[in-house]
Design a protein around this ligand. Structure first.
Ligand code: CA
Length: 160
């Protein structure tokens, strides 16, 4: 008689955007803490970094010139993730800041699996999607880039 063991992973097929209002953090702060990670999951899809002449930020921002560069959200439960929708910045830096982004999903924050392809589009695609080739099971979702350009995100939605 054979015996063995396995680990069963319980996951949920979420309804709607499962990232909304969840805890987020990023690889480094910007020059101001006002460009904080939660701005990408606050439900506001404004795509300007900050209000003209003001100190109200609408998008997250990491420090320029550092590696690694990433932003991550804890979905608080393990979901089956199919599509990630990203709103980037419309103005200065849009192309260079979104081109090269990729998304990963994981049950933990290590050994994550990539959802879809690295984004290589342009300013005309806002929002753009990462579509997982097959649904990924995970609680953490990270958006990252390989170079030292900052990661700046205005809104991110995660769907089952
Ligand atoms: Ca937002």
């Amino acid at each position: 008689m054979e015996s063995g063991s396995y680990v069963a992973i319980k996951y949920t097929k979420g309804i709607g955007n499962v990232a909304l209002g969840k805890h987020a953090w990023q690889s480094s702060p910007y020059v101001t803490e006002l460009a904080y990670p939660g701005l990408a999951v606050d439900g506001d899809k404004t795509t300007t970094l900050l209000q003209d002449g003001g100190n109200i930020y609408f998008c997250t921002h990491t420090s320029t010139g550092l590696t690694p560069q990433w932003w991550m959200v804890d979905l608080e439960r393990t979901y089956q993730v199919s599509i990630i929708v990203v709103w980037g910045r419309e103005r200065f830096g849009w192309d260079s800041r979104t081109k090269g982004l990729a998304a990963t999903v994981g049950i933990g924050v290590t050994n994550m699996h990539q959802c879809g392809d690295q984004f290589q589009g342009s300013v005309s695609e806002n929002p753009f999607n990462f579509t997982c080739k097959s649904p990924l099971v995970g609680r953490f979702m990270k958006i990252f880039r390989e170079d030292s350009e900052p990661v700046t995100l205005c809104e991110v939605e995660v769907y089952s």
